[in-house]
Design a protein around this ligand. Structure first.
Ligand SMILES: Cc1cc2nc3c(=O)[nH]c(=O)nc-3n(C[C@H](O)[C@H](O)[C@H](O)COP(=O)(O)OP(=O)(O)OC[C@H]3O[C@@H](n4cnc5c(N)ncnc54)[C@H](O)[C@@H]3O)c2cc1C
Length: 444
């Protein structure tokens, strides 16, 4: 289902809010000063998720008419996947936006098709419909493939939005004396935040339903959300304790014939239900290098080594943290490099990952921020906004494009500084979440 018409009668664009398309200059000269405009560079973006859309919006701002973009994706809609954590409790599927009108509005094209193979030497791709498409630059943003980690666990998927499964689990009477619902981060999953959100939202939902199950969270991390640093860990630890969520860190859950076991002790996991995050496999694109799990290697400008003109961004790359904010940062690095090579007056900056995460808790959300390179320190955790616009997925262009969730003075901000790190207190009602009493628009 698309919400475009209902929520966004008119799609806002970077061009409308900020710089109009075509303000890019060629090595400092406005186009009017040149006798012949340079030929446009053909850019093919494969994938219409966070990385793909951010690439397109960044190119629009940085390179304007120096490039001609086609976005290729089998799914006609952009899906705001992080909102999947609410689906089991609200039964609303994550928000989505149609891709074709977005590309149309930017003056470019959407092709409903898939990337099947890359011939980097010929600078062409083969698509799943059998077409050959030449390119000057290709950005592979085809995401990762979620797979259930366990056969007998409930895996977080979009189909949970259509079922009562989780509500029934929360309401159910203890089975054989076991009253625990266990949320599990499988080994190898680096973006664990959704498991914490599920446990916290389950507690809030159980309270709404008048139920009081035991809730446990099991994770290989040595501390809760350790990737965000010690401050985030201790903040989240206190919150989990206050919500009576039992936490087991530094453990792996393995499935055996007689049930689930907690390693290293190998104790049986006493639970009436196990709800797990999926693990991710890479897209393994024929013609491109890949690691053993199918993820595409990239350098600090998001270039794929050994494949001239090919870039990759997002969950499909071998960068260890699979997260939407990281995907947008890689997309920006790729777009800057492409814009510069198309002749735009842009200095491509290397990708320097900063993790920004908004933890849904069932009441006030918690914003977390941590640099992933260069002596990251203890990180930050706050109920106040730590970046602006304060969307769940942070990004330089995409959140502003999708629309702000709160009345915002930033509507006129220059798009080049759209993602700003801030530390601002706003009235607490502004932190309200989807799932909370004041729901509001849903990208926050
Ligand atoms: C439950 C959950 C909660 C999350 N919470 C957060 C959060 O709070 N914050 C955060 O930053 N991130 C979060 N994430 C992670 C975030 O959703 C992903 O990191 C992000 O979606 C990755 O973006 P992407 O563009 O790489 O891939 P995707 O969003 O998966 O998009 C992939 C795109 O590629 C297209 N595609 C697939 N195959 C092909 C092909 N062969 N050819 C062309 N196109 C193809 C698909 O149709 C899709 O358009 C969460 C994820 C989940 C599942």
């Amino acid at each position: 289902m698309a919400y475009v018409g209902r929520m966004y009668p008119r799609i806002p664009t970077i061009g409308i809010r900020g710089l109009p398309r075509g303000t890019a200059t060629v090595r400092g000269l406005p186009w009017e000063a040149m006798a012949e405009p340079p030929p446009r560079k053909r850019v093919l973006v494969a994938g219409g998720g966070f990385a793909g859309l951010e690439t397109v919006l960044a190119l629009h701002h940085l390179a304007g008419d120096l490039v001609d973009v086609v976005l290729l994706a089998p799914d006609p809609e952009f899906v705001y996947r992080p909102l999947l954590v609410e689906a089991p409790f609200t039964r609303r599927p994550p928000e989505r936006r149609e891709l074709a009108p977005i590309l149309d509005q930017l003056g470019w094209r959407f092709a409903r098709d898939g990337l099947a193979r890359v011939d980097a030497e010929a600078r062409a791709v083969e698509t799943t419909s059998g077409e050959t498409r030449p390119y000057d630059a290709l950005v592979v943003c085809t995401g990762a493939r979620p797979k259930p980690a366990y056969e007998r666990a409930v895996t977080l998927t979009e189909s949970l939005a259509d079922s009562d499964a989780v509500d029934e689990l929360l309401r159910a009477a203890p089975s054989e004396g076991r009253d625990r619902i266990a949320f599990v981060v499988p080994p190898g999953v680096t973006w664990s935040l959704p498991a914490y959100e599920l446990a916290l939202l389950a507690r809030a939902r159980a309270e709404d339903l008048g139920a009081d199950p035991e809730i446990a969270l099991l994770t290989p991390e040595h501390k809760p959300l350790a990737i965000f640093g010690t401050m985030a860990s201790s903040t989240v630890e206190r919150l989990l304790a206050a919500r009576r969520i039992e936490v087991h860190c530094g453990v792996h859950v393995v499935e055996e014939d007689d049930g689930f076991h907690v390693v290293p002790e190998r104790t049986l996991l006493e639970a009436r239900a196990v709800i797990a995050l999926p693990y991710l496999e890479g897209p393994a694109v024929p013609g491109l290098p890949a690691d053993e799990a199918g993820f595409i290697p990239i350098d600090e400008h998001a270039r794929v080594p050994g494949a001239e003109g090919v870039y990759a961004a997002g969950d499909g790359t071998s960068f260890p943290v699979k997260q939407g904010g990281i995907a947008t940062q890689q997309a920006d690095a790729a777009a800057e490099h492409i814009a510069a090579s198309a002749g735009a007056d842009v200095e491509p900056k290397p990708f320097e990952p900063v993790l920004r995460g908004k933890l849904f808790t069932g009441s006030e959300s918690i914003n977390l921020r941590q640099k992933l390179t260069g002596g990251a320190g203890e990180g930050e955790a706050s109920h106040d906004y730590l970046w602006w616009p304060p969307h769940k997925v942070a990004g330089r262009y995409l959140p502003a494009f999708l629309g702000l969730s709160t009345p915002a003075p930033s509507a006129d901000v220059d798009p080049s500084s759209l993602l700003v790190d801030v530390n601002v207190s706003f009235p607490h009602t502004w932190h309200s979440e989807p799932g909370g009493p004041k729901r509001g628009p849903r990208y926050s």
